[in-house]
Design a protein around this ligand. Structure first.
Ligand SMILES: C[S@@+](CC[C@H](N)C(=O)[O-])C[C@H]1O[C@@H](n2cnc3c(N)ncnc32)[C@H](O)[C@@H]1O
Length: 284
């Protein structure tokens, strides 16, 4: 089994790093201040926090008495918040950090929550209750999430759902989910501390209604359910991506044409056309 690298851990620890790509982050950088007039003002206050959005997505599909698992719980706020919202649920936190670094379980949750040291989904591989388990992975890079899911291809299609909130804008996650036989059950956006976060809920593809948007390459890359559901933050999210990535667009787009960044390059190259399309859909 592949252990998570130090570089990934550092990148994953900082949920406020630059959004372009996890591989560009030292984990110490902070998101640049948006330029005047950027889209942040449109969105402020319109949505729940990142943590709130992840909790809402994870508790929505969880069956009565089900198991909520958070991989990489760190401070525990997501797992504890989700368990507080669902008094019927049990919780399991899995974290690579040793036990001595785990947070204290709030006394009111102690009877139905367990925190363990482990790597990704390895501890769940043989679980008999996959169908009533929702797995959360938040604050990890998209590539790390994809790699952790891909290590357990059978398990992930047996789970009730996975709720994913990657740290950075990437192009790998949705194609990786498709390759694993997972479909997009829901997508949402959260605007939190000057950053947009995608919250993606995926489950076995046969449980997810088909949508024409999945067959459209640009929508499939940027968020087919965000489009289908006319998510009010979708245009602002795209404009924000363009604003933040404008320099890279101007300078580096050719460098994205080939190699490991090719998918991200294609995704970025379609941004303006997608924005125009959203505008015209809104007008009609
Ligand atoms: C930035 S924190 C995110 C905390 C919380 N999930 C959130 O979104 O606010 C990422 C956490 O994932 C943990 N982590 C990274 N790789 C992991 C793995 N393979 N298995 C379990 N935990 C992992 C790190 O140790 C770190 O505590």
């Amino acid at each position: 089994m592949r252990a998570t690298t130090d570089a990934e851990l550092n990148a994953d620890r900082d949920t406020r790093g630059p959004p372009l790509s996890e591989s560009t982050s030292s984990g110490k950088d902070r998101a640049p201040s948006p330029p005047p007039g950027s889209v942040r003002d449109d969105a402020r206050g319109e949505r729940e926090s990142r943590i709130g959005a992840v909790i809402a997505a994870a508790t929505r599909l969880l069956p009565e008495g089900g198991l909520l698992v958070e991989v990489g719980f760190d401070h525990g706020k997501i797992l504890y918040g989700a368990l507080a919202a669902r008094p019927d649920a049990r919780g399991l936190g899995i974290e690579v950090l040793p036990e001595v670094d785990h947070p204290r379980i709030p006394p009111e949750l102690a009877g139905r929550c367990r925190l363990v040291t482990g790597d990704g989904l390895d501890l769940l591989a043989d679980t008999a209750e996959a169908a009533s388990t929702v797995v959360i992975m938040a604050g990890l890079g998209a590539r790390s999430i994809a790699a952790l899911l891909a290590r357990h291809p059978t398990l992930v299609t047996r789970l009730c759902a996975v709720v994913l909130c990657p740290t950075f804008l990437e192009a790998e996650l949705r194609p990786a989910l498709r390759a694993l036989g997972l479909g997009l059950a829901d997508e949402g956006l959260a605007f939190d501390r000057d950053r947009y976060y995608e919250v993606i809920t995926a489950r076995a593809a046969h449980l997810v209604p088909a949508s024409a948007s999945d067959l459209d390459p640009m929508l499939a890359a940027w968020g087919p359910r965000l489009f289908d559901q006319r998510d009010p933050l979708f245009p602002a999210f795209l404009r924000d991506a363009r604003t933040r990535l404008a320099a890279a667009f101007a300078r580096d787009l050719e460098a994205y044409a080939d190699g490991p960044k090719a998918a991200l390059g294609q995704k970025l190259a379609g941004l303006d056309a997608l924005l125009q399309r959203l505008e015209s859909t809104r007008r009609s």
